[in-house]
Design a protein around this ligand. Structure first.
Ligand SMILES: *Cc1c(COP(=O)(O)O)cnc(C)c1O
Length: 376
């Protein structure tokens, strides 16, 4: 059973005309612009972007052109990309809380004035590097809150008790005190933000420090699990939580990665071989599908070589990537229409985050072209 797809500037029309054998990353710039505009309109504070989610030139330049306030960078290499594309002096927050001394020096050279810390030793490193009262230091704390897909608090974040001490130290050193957290990526529960905001206010009160800014981090979901997320609901919950928790409202800042970029990209991988109960794809967990083992799989459709959609009854098949490594297997079977054939493409939605920059060249794979389309 086949369903016609109109031939136009879409992934299906490109696949039909070009029949590429390597994976293709499809980018719709208008979708990126629209998502940034939604955040800028609805979020009461500065909207910055976590570069690691998708460090490609066209994303960084596109967001900057769309009125982004600045970037969350995690390494000197990311700072170089931002400076090259958006100009020297662009606002950058260095919010990877673990840095070598030479990375700190490089960041100072890039004009970084805002840092996060989750440990006294890291704060001393910054002080030793000569940061002065113009610099903001955000204390990153963590809670055991359910929300995101993986727990960012396992790696980073002070406990609230430690955060009280750190915030006092930031303030007594004459720096600009702030607080930050990360609820975990693809967080579908707005209440997770509310909980963190409430504890941020408690930390500031206990430390007897008035924070200038509260950075609510990233973590906002993409549409990978179905419909477009209701960002207004997230913003409303965050606003209400800030209003009720803080006697004097701090300026707000967010630094989404996934939510800004994921939904403006789709990713096509091709079927190399079909066998009883199995399918072999031209990309897998060492490439663009590297998030699949840790996250719910995004929605996808199956497109034939003449650009039509397969629509037969679903059959579950175990899916393997192209490398000769036996762990290169998707965690869950793929439900493919029964009329699926070798040479068809799987078009995964919401694939703009954590694909560019994560793909490896293992076994000679990992090549992927990016194609701009009018719509996805
Ligand atoms: C990765 C990261 C983000 C972005 O997270 P998303 O879940 O992609 O929104 C934001 N802030 C920091 C400090 C990060 O490390």
């Amino acid at each position: 059973m086949l369903q016609r797809v109109a031939a136009s500037d879409t992934p299906a029309s490109y696949l039909m005309q070009t029949r590429p054998d390597a994976p293709v990353h499809f980018f719709a710039p208008s979708a990126l612009d629209a998502r940034l505009a939604e955040f800028r309109k609805g979020f009461v504070g500065d909207v910055t972007y976590a570069v690691k989610a998708n460090p490609s030139d066209r994303v960084l330049a596109g967001l900057w052109a769309g009125g982004l306030s600045g970037f969350d960078v995690a390494s000197p290499a990311e700072m170089e990309s931002v400076s090259r594309l958006c100009g020297h002096g662009v606002l950058m927050h260095y919010n990877n809380p673990v840095r070598s001394r030479s990375e700190i020096a490089a960041a100072m050279g890039h004009g970084v004035r805002s840092w996060s810390v989750d440990d006294a030793g890291e704060l001393e490193k910054l002080l030793a590097a000569g940061i002065d009262p113009r610099h903001e230091v955000s204390v990153r704390f963590r809670l055991d809150v359910e929300g995101g897909f993986y727990n960012f608090g396992e790696k980073f974040g002070a406990t609230p008790d430690q955060a009280v001490e750190l915030l006092r130290r930031v303030s007594s050193a004459g720096l600009r005190p702030a607080l930050t957290f990360h609820v975990g990526t693809q967080c579908c529960r707005p209440e997770a933000y509310a909980r963190y905001v409430a504890v941020a206010a408690e930390i500031a009160t206990r430390a007897d420090v008035r924070i200038g800014r509260l950075n609510v981090g990233g973590g906002f979901p993409s549409a990978r699990n179905g419909g477009a997320p209701d960002y207004e609901a997230f913003f409303a919950v965050i606003n209400a939580a800030v209003a009720s928790a803080f006697p004097i409202r701090p300026a707000l800042l967010c630094e989404p990665g996934r939510a800004l970029v994921a939904d403006s990209f789709a990713y096509a991988v091709r079927i190399k071989s079909l066998r009883e109960g199995r399918v072999y794809l031209n990309d897998g967990i060492y490439g663009g599908l590297s998030e699949f083992p840790s996250m719910q799989m995004p929605t996808f459709e199956v497109i034939t070589a003449d650009g039509t959609l397969r629509a037969g009854l679903m059959q579950a098949r175990i899916a393997f990537g192209p490398t000769c490594d036996s762990i290169d297997k998707l965690p869950d079977p793929l439900n493919l229409p029964s009329d699926t054939e070798e040479g068809d493409w799987l078009l995964f939605r919401s694939m703009g985050a954590y694909l560019t920059g994560v793909t490896t060249r293992f076994n000679g794979y990992g090549r992927c072209e990016t194609v701009t389309v009018a719509r996805l």
